[in-house]
Design a protein around this ligand. Structure first.
Ligand code: ZN
Ligand code: ZN
Ligand code: FE
Length: 760
């Protein structure tokens, strides 16, 4: 006996080859019926024997296409119909508004094979793609996701491409960016003056790279600046021109085997490296590494990634490069360049020539950065290849726009049980990034089709994002404390509810007392928090200058603990000749331009400077990163002691005993690696002790670790181990960054909870 059922599928099911897949699956099971795109996703009707339909329903989620994602599946009986075949029904134009958009995906193996086959019509074609791979997010202008709404609109498909596009059984059925050398985008090599050069652009570009040129190459989410990584002169030239003194460069290598000769990958890191998202993977350098010092100086890790566009593959296949430095094309922290004219305008002093093409990038999207920490994946930056896939929330949320912090900004928009985080927007101190912020915010609302009921922002009155939020007068604003947002972000992605103990360690965040926080133990739920513990406040002499010059933090700590006379006579600060010592002491004594901070990042800075690792920084968190990089891992270790005091019902962690021991070690000539290790261990010991006390008082057993300092693998591992030994349930970040790149998720979760409270 025949039965008929209707199955509604939602999630990421459009533009990813879902309907052809359903067609093949239904045909395989001998079913008739139809499949179509709807506003909610995909609707399937299948008719046939009961058992075949059961099999079909079982295999549907199990065998779904690689890029698809199913969020809900609902099935209901229907009366049988007269029909003899299975059909794909064309969608009405209004369709496809509530479906999820796929991130940009690395070239698939099938496409790669075609590109490398001299007999194929796409041989060496740099814009080969199919429904399983290629650009998505970065070429979408408007919804529905159809060719006219993408930057492929201007390219009319040739007869062969059109036939593929129309054939439900073809891999390119409804592949919106489908193209070939006949009808699609083309490469062009342009010199710094904007003149197109003759000859094969790809071969010419390869010759120039081999000769040591700095080249701007148009990629998926923006331009890269590219040099041959084996050519040390070219690498230093790029550093000089980009004014990037020491910050590591990412390096693209042709395959996993090459990556493994340069760095050590565990299973998690290797999987990330070859994944379809193709992020930059940070991994520990190998000693014999021949170029690590120019590419990533004084860093224990190297950022490596594999080719993810056809053009990348061709560069390596034809050019036989071992490794190419590929860094975002921008000046310092400005947004990445995406337009051809923009590139010529913004990069003439940096790039010798430009390898570009006529497929427009509509949305900037930097490379994502991940690493493996203790067997799980961690995001340093979640962007290309992941955005705009949502983070799934436990409960449906009212629509909220959360605008993030100031540095490493991202924004978040909630819709039902999804939180959509934007691509990496960057540092909003930068005027160029402000425009990008507005652009990304507008675009995300457009493609998610959500009008927020509230805007969540940081409490810092001077953040660009805060001021922007407060200007949107049509929507109520909800201010969220920075470290509360960090804890909530960790809770949200782990789908847990409060109250929890949150240990938030980062550089800085505006506190409810107007001071800079950043070494905090909070007892928090989604509505509110209590500050249960903190690092003792210390002055930041010179304000922002103290962030750029870690020696100032070292001086401040020593002054706090040991006083004027000590600082005058210790001779530890060559930066402070006789005539500048007194003004600094005045500053500290009177608190002039010396805000209070409890930031853990500032403590790292002080220790890093004091033991002679990094006294001035060239990029954010450099002092802490280099301090971690030198941790000695062998032998016994006696952690430095801290002291926990109770003040006004709150635990205050004092660093005086730690600095006493550190000074003694300095005098004894103990190695930096050992001092760094004792410091890391000491911090983990004291925070564990403090959290034990909070457990005693509040009876809470779940701990969320969040904040930028948890990008420090040693600290994360030590905290996790020690807390687990004490039988705490420990939660960390694995879907969004622990640092400020994940802040917006927590802001959104808190605002959503407060809105819900108001409504009920
Ligand atoms: Zn493909
Ligand atoms: Zn074509
Ligand atoms: Fe933070």
């Amino acid at each position: 006996m025949k039965v008929r059922r209707r199955i509604d599928v939602s999630g990421m099911v459009q533009g990813v080859g879902f309907r052809p897949f359903v067609y093949r699956l239904a045909t395989r099971h001998g079913l008739t019926g139809k499949v179509m795109n709807t506003t909610l996703g995909v609707t399937i009707e299948v008719q046939g024997p009961q058992s075949a339909i059961q099999e079909f329903e079982k295999n549907l989620p199990a065998e779904r296409p690689p890029l698809s994602m199913i969020t809900t599946l609902a099935s209901a009986p229907l009366p049988c119909a007269e029909e003899s075949a299975f059909r794909i029904v064309a969608s009405a134009n209004s369709a496809a508004v509530r479906t999820l958009i796929s991130p940009d995906i690395a070239t698939c193996d099938d496409c790669l094979r075609e590109m490398l086959d001299p007999g194929d019509r796409r041989y060496r074609y740099a814009f080969t793609n199919c429904t399983n791979c290629g650009p998505r997010f970065t070429i979408i202008r408007s919804l529905p996701y159809d060719r006219p709404g993408t930057s492929m609109a201007g390219f009319t498909m040739c007869a062969k491409c059109q036939a593929e596009y129309d054939d439900p059984l073809d891999r390119r059925f409804h592949a919106q960016p489908n193209a070939c050398p006949e009808c699609g985008p083309r490469l062009e090599l342009v010199d710094a003056g904007g003149t197109s050069t003759a000859g094969d652009p790809l071969e010419k570009a390869i010759d120039l790279l081999k000769a040591g040129a700095v080249m701007a190459i148009k990629g998926l989410g923006g331009f890269h600046l590219v040099v041959d990584a084996m050519n040390t002169d070219a690498v230093s030239e790029l550093r000089r021109r980009k004014r990037r003194v020491e910050k590591p460069f990412a390096v693209m290598v042709p395959d996993v085997a090459t990556a493994e000769t340069l760095a050590v990958f565990d299973r998690v890191a290797r999987e990330a490296l070859v994944s379809r998202s193709r992020p930059i993977v940070l991994a520990e350098k190998r000693h014999e590494n021949s170029f690590g010092d120019s590419v990533a100086p004084r860093n224990r890790r190297l950022g490596l990634f594999l080719p993810y566009t056809p053009l990348h593959h061709l560069l390596f296949q034809i050019g036989k490069f071992t490794a190419l430095v590929m860094t975002s094309a921008n000046l310092s922290e400005e947004p990445i360049v995406i337009g051809n004219e923009e590139a010529l305008r913004r990069l003439p002093e940096i790039a010798d020539c430009f390898l570009m093409h006529d497929r427009e990038i509509l949305l900037r999207c930097d490379d994502s950065v991940v690493r493996s920490a203790g067997g799980s994946l961690q995001f340093v930056r979640r962007s290309r290849g992941f955005v705009p896939a949502p983070v799934f929330l436990r409960d449906p949320a009212p629509p909220v726009l959360a605008v993030g912090g100031e540095l490493k900004n991202t924004i978040c928009l909630t819709k039902e049980n999804c939180a959509f985080l934007s691509q990496h927007i960057g540092d909003l101190e930068n005027a160029e990034a402000n425009g990008f912020f507005a652009e990304a915010t507008g675009h995300l609302q457009k493609i998610i089709k959500v009008t927020p009921a509230a805007i969540a922002h940081d409490l810092h009155p001077d953040y660009f994002s805060t001021r922007w939020a407060q200007q949107q007068t049509a929507v109520p604003c909800i201010g969220v404390q920075h470290h509360h947002a960090h804890v909530a972000s960790c809770m949200a992605e782990n789908r847990i509810d409060g109250p929890v103990i949150g240990l938030v360690l980062d550089g800085t965040g505006y506190g409810t007392d107007g001071r800079m926080w950043g070494g905090e133990i909070l007892v928090a739920d989604f509505n509110d928090f209590e500050r249960a513990g903190q690092l003792r406040y210390v002055r930041m002499p010179g304000g922002e200058a103290a962030v750029r010059q870690p020696w100032r933090m070292a001086a401040s700590y020593l002054w706090q603990h040991f006083g004027d006379e000590f600082l005058r006579t210790c001779a530890l600060f060559p930066e402070l000749p006789e005539n500048r010592m007194e003004p600094l002491l005045q500053m500290l004594r009177r608190g002039l331009n010396s805000p209070w901070t409890s930031g853990c990042g500032r403590l790292f800075d002080a220790v890093s400077a004091l033991i002679g690792i990094c006294r001035k920084i060239n990029y954010e968190a450099q002092a802490a990163i280099e301090l971690e990089a030198c941790v000695e891992t062998h032998g016994l270790c006696l952690p430095y002691a801290f002291e926990i005091r109770e003040e006004e019902g709150r635990l205050v962690i004092d660093t005086k005993p730690m600095f006493l021991s550190l000074m003694a070690d300095l005098r004894r000539g103990v190695s930096r690696g050992e001092m760094s290790r004792k410091f890391h261990m000491g911090l983990a010991v004291v925070f564990t002790e403090a959290i034990l006390r909070v457990r005693q008082e509040h009876g809470l057993n779940r701990v969320c670790l969040s904040g930028g300092s948890f990008q420090n693998a040693v600290l994360l591992r030590e905290m996790r181990t020690r807390l687990s030994e004490q039988e705490f349930e420990v939660f960390t970040h694995s879907q969004v960054p622990a640092g400020d790149g994940g802040l917006c998720l927590g802001q959104a979760a808190i605002a959503a909870s407060r809105l819900r409270g108001k409504m009920s």
